[in-house]
Write a protein that binds this ligand. Structure first.
Ligand SMILES: [Zn+2]
Length: 125
């Protein structure tokens, strides 16, 4: 992942007890296996996951035969938009782009990101 510069970050206050819980988690083998090294990473992923759960705009389906299917209710609730991966990049068949909002949406899902990394895919720049 590209290193974020200081200007790209904002502060959010969380209770000390919660931060201590995150620090305890960081000490665990599970956190190490998942590659977490800072409280910020844990907080960002947790918040992102919550936002995805409550984002009604887009949903994705399984990865199958190199195709990921996305529904974007802004376009059509019944249309499955197909995203292919080729040459280490995802390509949206609807937008005919490698960096559209559908692809960015997929890269926001930590579970998909793990799959993408296994497949050697690169995020849009
Ligand atoms: Zn698209």
């Amino acid at each position: 992942m590209r290193k974020k510069t200081a200007e790209e970050w904002e502060q959010v206050r969380i209770p000390k007890g919660l931060l201590n819980n995150i620090k305890d988690f960081l000490e665990s083998n599970q956190a190490k296996e998942l590659g977490y090294t800072s409280a910020s990473q844990v907080a960002v992923d947790a918040i992102r996951e919550l936002l995805i759960q409550h984002n009604p705009q887009m949903r994705h389906f399984n990865i199958q035969d190199n195709i990921i299917r996305v529904v974007d209710i802004k376009i059509d609730n019944n249309l499955l938009i197909e995203i292919f991966h080729k040459n280490n990049l995802l390509r949206c068949s609807y937008c005919e782009k490698v960096d559209c909002e559908h692809i960015k949406f997929l890269w926001e899902d930590p579970n998909l990101v793990k799959e993408f990394k296994k497949l050697g895919l690169k995020p849009p720049v």
